[in-house]
Design a protein. Structure first.
Length: 198
């Protein structure tokens, strides 16, 4: 199964700071005014992978989807193995002269038809699983994004970046636990709302 991990934000931007000084000319002051001083509290980062894997939505729906996908893959592999074994046995019987050419052809055609039906069925099941995975990923991404927006509703942070983009950062800038808590709250609210509408 495709990994359920993704990146929510673009790479971190670097802000430069320049102080406007009264002694500088107007042109210099205007040039320096284009950059903005960033204080430590203006930035935050989120470990999206951590939030996802520790979230309630992943622990319930994500894990269940992974198990369902793995079960389907195991089933496909076993069915393919069985069909290959049957084809091999059929070939051996024919080569040993234990069946007529007519029987061999008839059973071979039946086996080919079963193999084609299996492939069609497996493709449909894989397509359904891919769609379920796509929807799950979008829902989880939406929860994380909404959680960050709610946490930063007061615009305390001028930038929130994905920890995957960081090379080094102060741990005090990490808001992953707060985002995780908010994601779980939003997910619980969604489940509660869904239960009411049923």
């Amino acid at each position: 199964m495709k990994k359920i991990f993704w990146t929510l934000f673009a790479a971190a931007f670097i802000f430069t700071a320049c102080d406007n000084q009264a002694a500088k000319t107007t042109d210099e002051a205007n040039a320096e005014a284009t950059t903005e001083q960033v204080n430590g509290g203006d930035l935050a980062y989120v470990s999206v992978e951590y939030v996802l894997t520790e979230s309630d939505i992943y622990k319930t729906e994500g894990v269940a989807l992974q198990e369902k996908t793995q079960k389907a893959k195991n089933s496909w592999a076993q069915k393919e193995k069985n069909l290959n074994y049957e084809a091999q046995q059929l070939q051996e019987k024919y080569q040993k002269g234990l069946m007529t050419t007519s029987d061999f052809q008839q059973k071979g055609q039946a086996l080919e038809k079963r193999a084609a039906n299996f492939q069609t069925s497996a493709q449909k099941e894989a397509q359904t699983l891919d769609e379920e995975s796509y929807v799950f990923n979008n829902r989880a991404q939406d929860l994380i994004m909404r959680a960050i927006q709610e946490i930063n509703a007061d615009k305390k942070y001028k930038m929130v970046v994905n920890a995957n983009s960081l090379l080094d950062a102060e741990e005090s800038l990490n808001i992953s636990d707060a985002v995780l808590k908010k994601v779980n709250e939003l997910y619980a609210a969604e489940k509660s709302e869904a239960a009411k509408t049923k």
